[in-house]
Design a protein around this ligand. Structure first.
Ligand code: ARG
Length: 274
């Protein structure tokens, strides 16, 4: 059938007559035989809370950009699929995966045992740790100093978890925000005394907002965290592709290049962790 159609296109005269299509000329046969077109790459919808520079944010054209986007795009290219990033508020991000509205989550998500019960994670692609942001004039020197203070966090993040643990579940001093930048804005406005969030985001914000006059305070009691991409529980097919892509970009230097673009130096820790 296919060859007939091709012949028809090539040999117009034969088609004009009400005759069965002429057999394809012998010369064109090998080409026609090798024709099965490669299946188009699958497009997966990726949920991203794009208020998390330098990992995921929106540029002035409202495109989602950042480290996460570069990493996952490289992973997808290696593994032969396509990704479409969709800005998805953190608040509803896990539900969007659960409901099937997103195939994949790429949002600087820390792999935790609790989250593992409701979704599957890729192998880790980034190391992180909590970091405290305070005004330069603050006397806060360690995490424990926050006990009696007002602390801003992004709702439902690992920062929220550690602060809630320190201040107590019912404490009115834990101030929860929809995004990490909103919490940091509130610190600038004086509505909270400190913000606890992922180090990469805090460092980026402090560096890019010198007018806010923040400083950062590290604390060795914060446990190391690792980011992973999340898929719906049981989606082994996509998870396999993502993990293969991660392994490939770590092996061939692509990951290091992306890391250096955003963070400046070679990611010895990440390479070792892989
Ligand atoms: N790593 C932290 C967590 O998993 C915060 C991630 C927030 N990501 C974002 N794009 N807002 O809880």
């Amino acid at each position: 059938q296919r060859m007939g159609m091709i012949a028809c296109g090539l040999v117009l005269a034969a088609c004009g007559k009400q005759e069965p299509p002429a057999p394809a000329p012998v010369a064109s046969a090998p080409e026609a035989a090798s024709a099965p077109a490669p299946a188009p790459a699958k497009v997966y919808t990726v949920g991203t809370d794009a208020a998390y520079a330098p990992f995921e944010s929106q540029n002035d054209k409202a495109e989602i950009v950042g480290f996460t986007v570069d990493v996952l795009s490289a992973v997808a290219q290696k593994a032969g699929f396509e990704v479409k990033f969709v800005n998805t508020p953190w608040e509803g991000i896990f539900n969007a995966l659960q409901q099937g509205d997103r195939d994949l989550l790429a949002s600087s998500i820390t792999i935790t045992d609790e989250r593992k019960q409701t979704m599957d994670f890729s192998s880790p692609y980034f190391d992180a740790v909590q970091l405290i942001a305070v005004k330069q004039s603050s006397k806060v020197a360690k995490f424990d100093d926050l006990k009696k203070l007002k602390v801003g966090v992004q709702t439902g993040t690992t920062g929220d978890e550690v602060v809630t643990k320190l201040l107590g579940k019912t404490s009115a001093n834990v101030k929860r925000f929809e995004s990490t930048p909103l919490a940091l804005k509130e610190l600038e406005a004086g509505g909270v005394d400190a913000v606890v969030a992922d180090n990469g985001v805090v460092i980026h914000y402090v560096a890019n907002n010198p007018g806010a006059q923040f400083k950062t305070v590290a604390d060795s009691s914060f446990v190391p965290e690792q980011y992973g991409f999340a898929v719906k529980k049981g989606n082994a097919e996509l998870l396999g592709l993502v993990n293969k892509g991660i392994a490939d970009i770590k092996a061939d230097g692509t990951y290091d290049k992306i890391y250096a673009k955003y963070f400046g130096n070679a990611p010895a820790a990440e390479a070792a962790a892989s």
